[in-house]
Design a protein around this ligand. Structure first.
Ligand code: ATP
Ligand code: PH2
Length: 166
C-alpha cells in the first residue's frame, strides 16, 4: 500500500499522563510500517462528553504509514491494551486513548472505523493541536484545519484548552 499521511489524537487522564503519551509515541515510532513525523505540544484539556473526571493531557501527531486503515486501528488498539487501557465508561477516564483523525484524503464509514473521526470537528483538544502542526492541511471537505478551528472557537464550544509549557 502507498504511504499515507495520517494524523492521530493521543489523550490520557490517569496516572503519569505525559509518560503514557511518551510511551505511545515510542511504540508508534518502533513499528516497522509507521514513521513518526511530527508531534504537537502537549495541552491540558477540560474533559468533554463525560464531565466527571480529571483534565486530560492531549497531543496530535502526524505519521506516515503503509498500513491499511483498519490495520493501523488494530496497531493503535494493541498499544492501548499494552499500556493498560481498560474500557469502563464511554468517554470516561483512561491511561491512554489513540484515535485516527485523518488518513490522507480518505473518507471511510464502516462499523469499526470512521474517517475523518466523527467527533473531531467538535473538539478543541483535537483541532487546537492539529492547527499547531498542520494549519493549512486540506480536509476531505475541502476546508483547512485553521478554518475548522476558527469556526469551533467562534461557537465557544469544544472545551477549555491550555498549552503546557516545558
Ligand atoms: N477514527 C476512529 N479512531 C478510533 N476508533 C474509531 C474510529 N472510528 C470508529 N472507531 C471505533 O470506536 C470504537 C470506540 O473507540 P474508543 O473506545 O477509543 O472511544 P472513545 O475514545 O471513548 O470515544 P470517541 O470515539 O468519542 O473518541 C473503537 O472500538 C473503534 O472501532
Ligand atoms: N479533554 C478531553 N476530553 C475527552 C477526551 C480527550 O482525549 N480529551 N477523549 C474522550 C473520548 O475519546 C472524551 N473526552
Amino acid at each position: 500500500m502507498a504511504e499515507r499521511r495520517v494524523f492521530l489524537s493521543l489523550g490520557s487522564n490517569l496516572g503519569n499522563r505525559s509518560a503514557y503519551l511518551e510511551a505511545a509515541c515510542r511504540e508508534l515510532a518502533a513499528h516497522p510500517k509507521i514513521r513518526l513525523l511530527r508531534r504537537s505540544s502537549l495541552y491540558e484539556t477540560e474533559p468533554v462528553g463525560y464531565r466527571d473526571q480529571g483534565w486530560f493531557l492531549n497531543q496530535v501527531v502526524e505519521v506516515a504509514t503503509t498500513l491499511a486503515p483498519l490495520e493501523l486501528l488494530h496497531v493503535l488498539q494493541g498499544i492501548e491494551n499494552r499500556l493498560g487501557r481498560k474500557r469502563l465508561i464511554r468517554w470516561g477516564p483512561r491511561v491512554i486513548d489513540l484515535d485516527v483523525l485523518l488518513f490522507g484524503d480518505l473518507v471511510l464509514k464502516t462499523p469499526e472505523l470512521i474517517i475523518p473521526h466523527p467527533r473531531m470537528y467538535e473538539r478543541s483538544f483535537v483541532l487546537v493541536p492539529l492547527q499547531e502542526i498542520a494549519p493549512d492541511l486540506i480536509h476531505p471537505d475541502g476546508r483547512t484545519t485553521r478554518e475548522h478551528a476558527e469556526e469551533l472557537q467562534e461557537k465557544g464550544e469544544g472545551g477549555e484548552i491550555r498549552l503546557c509549557r516545558g
